[in-house]
Design a protein around this ligand. Structure first.
Ligand code: AMP
Length: 615
């Protein structure tokens, strides 16, 4: 039985939401639906966007209203046209198997006549943005005297957008005895004030800590010099080949410029801002929703209310002026129980702002390093190979070409063919990233505005972090977990699991902390180790130290150039010098350790002596 039944939702609604894939209530639905179904409380729900708020109030409304009569009984106010359409659509979907349910969307930028006509025909639920709603009220075209419930959705956003007075005027036309349900992602004092003003002893529900961001979002920041910002941004994007992201800029002009530069540079990006016509905005959003656009470059205002699931990254190309806006931006990812990353690209003067945001969201940022050109090439290569490996082959269509394809490759063995396929995309990145400099702002830049030493400098100056953060190239996609890591460390060294600090398993990589004194032992212990067929790579992460090492080699010094001389994949091009100590050069020297390029640089795997230990 669908658990929504136990919450008190009737069968025809449950059947409809089951078809939408709602098998279990989200936490906010579980906790708010029973309260709201009583119909006798004012209510304040502090919850992020994407947590299932719409059903949390939408389902109780469908239970509580009388659909035998056709006058407005519920008014939902929300900040944007997008959200308005979405809520209307959602409620209509929940009510798909009910009769006589009339929901009208009232919003600006569309024909008011159509909306007036729909209202005239009869409506029980009005979903509206404040400006257009007030316009219709002023035309005396709607009667709210029998409204029983008012929902203020994304109340903080509505206040941010300056709708306070409009909301006051609208609510003054509704009966005093109505119940008000307020939802907000954050609870600044302005929202507290309206809660006080309109509500009588409301039932308060806080999902997670007050002002805490979504726990499924990882927050990362990168420190770069202003002049390197765009290049650093592109590198972050390139290092995430399957990114589906929203990039926030501070102004319309910046939004437009970044989008244009990206398009010129061959990225699948477009902009969304207030200078576009509604039609243009709809078009961009349609492409983004359909995923024919990979990067949406947006201003805060234009991106409000965007509900697209599966956004993998939110990138703050510029930090917002208002800290509250950071929560709204990051809330565009990790929706509906998914995970996501919110990235801030900052200069060293903005570290203070990061600390402020940390206090507001109640969560720490991870300081990340702009990947080297080499890292990006490696990432892109394996992403491509993964795609090739998993591609669906249309046997029927391709069959006719097979003889010609075979003929084309008849002089090449399997390894040579693979190398050539891999190189098609790879060479593009290789060309671009040759000589790519290190874009991380040097430690000397880490001074705060008032001259204090910043985080990295402080540590260098003896600011005592007991732990060093290590990067490992394994993550949840490798079915790698904390237990695997702890087990391996403890079984292969004299280190106790208790001295291992925070372990942060991510998608394709992870971070873990070990005591400073244990670092060398741990790094050495992972040399030449393999996990489920993947060679393990450990590096000291940028946080806590200013050098990053690969199996003992100094990686940051020479950046990409240095690697190029000795890199496995360069052998074909340059013959390769033996300049680099660590990583895959080792492999070619047939010593322990080595990078992921083994299969492309040396002999076929099966011919090589097995040196790696399994983990
Ligand atoms: P909302 O916070 O209402 O915008 O919801 C975010 C997303 O989660 C929307 O795509 C909803 O369709 C989806 N959703 C809401 N509740 C559930 C549920 N109980 N099970 C699965 N998906 C849900």
């Amino acid at each position: 039985m669908n658990p929504f039944i136990n919450l008190g939702i009737r069968h025809d609604i449950v059947n409809a939401i089951s078809e939408l894939g709602f098998e279990n209530p989200t936490p906010i639905q579980e906790q708010s639906i029973p309260v709201l179904l009583t119909g006798s409380n004012d209510f304040v729900g502090l919850a992020q966007t994407g947590t299932g708020k719409t059903a949390a109030f939408g389902l109780p409304l469908l239970e509580l209203l009388d659909f035998e009569v056709n006058h407005p009984q519920a008014l939902v106010l929300c900040p944007t046209r997008e959200l308005c359409l979405q809520i209307t659509n959602d409620i209509k979907n929940y009510a798909k198997k009910m009769n006589n349910v009339n929901v009208v969307a009232v919003y600006g930028g569309a024909s008011i006549q159509d909306q007036l006509r729909q209202i005239k025909r009869g409506v029980q639920i009005v979903v509206a943005t404040p400006g257009r709603m007030l316009d219709i009220i002023n035309r005396k075209a709607i009667d709210f005297s029998q409204v029983k419930f008012v929902v203020l959705d994304e109340a903080d956003e509505m206040l941010n957008m300056g709708f306070q007075e409009d909301i006051d005027s609208i609510l003054s036309t509704t009966p005093d005895e109505k119940k008000t349900w307020l939802f907000s992602a954050t609870m600044p004092s302005e929202v507290r004030r309206i809660a006080k003003k309109y509500m009588d002893n409301p039932f308060e529900l806080t999902m997670g800590e007050k002002n805490t961001g979504n726990v499924n979002i990882d927050h990362e920041y990168y420190v770069v010099r202003a002049r390197d910002k765009y290049a650093a941004f592109k590198r972050i994007v390139d290092n995430n080949p399957s990114i589906f992201g929203i990039v926030f800029c501070r102004t319309k002009i910046e939004t437009q410029e970044i989008a244009e530069s990206l398009m010129k540079d061959g990225y699948n990006a477009d902009s969304l801002h207030g200078d576009l016509s509604q039609q243009q905005r709809d078009k961009v959003m349609k492409r983004y929703r359909e995923r024919s656009l990979q990067l949406l470059i947006a201003t805060d205002v234009a991106a409000r209310g965007i509900d697209v699931n599966d956004v993998t990254h939110v990138i703050n190309y510029s930090l917002p002026d208002e800290i509250e806006n950071y929560t709204h931006r990051s809330g565009r990812t990790a929706r509906a129980g998914k995970t996501g990353v919110s990235i801030a690209i900052i200069n060293s003067k903005e570290l203070g702002k990061i600390r402020q945001i940390e206090r507001t969201i109640g969560k720490k940022f991870i300081k990340a390093e702009i990947p080297t050109g080499f890292d990006v090439c490696e990432k892109q290569l394996f992403s491509l190979l993964h795609k090739v490996h998993n591609v669906t082959v249309n046997e029927e269509q391709i069959e006719q070409y097979i003889p010609r394809i075979m003929d084309e490759f008849k002089d090449l063995d399997k390894e040579q063919v693979i190398k050539r396929f891999a190189s098609i995309e790879f060479n593009r990145f290789l060309d671009y990233y040759q000589n790519a400099p290190d874009l991380n702002a040097p430690a000397d830049d880490f001074r705060t505005r008032d001259g204090e030493r910043g985080e990295r400098g402080m540590r260098d100056a003896g600011g005592k972090s007991e732990y060093t953060r290590l990067f490992i190239n394994l993550g949840s996609v490798d079915e790698f977990n904390r237990g695997d890591l702890l087990g391996y460390i403890c079984n292969n060294s004299k280190i106790s699991g208790r001295t291992v600090g925070k372990i942060d398993v991510k998608g394709v990589y992870s971070f873990f902390e070990v005591s400073n004194g244990d670092v060398d032992q741990v790094v050495n212990n992972f040399k030449g180790v393999e996990f489920k067929g993947r060679e393990v790579r450990i590096e000291i992460s940028g946080e806590g130290t200013s050098t990053t090492r690969t199996g003992g080699g100094e990686r940051r010094e020479g950046g990409y150039q240095r690697r190029e001389g000795g890199g496995g994949f360069n052998r074909e091009r340059s013959g390769g010098g033996e300049r680099r100590e660590g990583g895959f050069n080792r492999d070619r020297n047939k010593s322990a350790g080595g990078g992921g390029f083994r299969d492309f640089s040396g002999k076929p795997r099966e011919e090589r002596p097995e040196r790696r230990r399994r983990f």
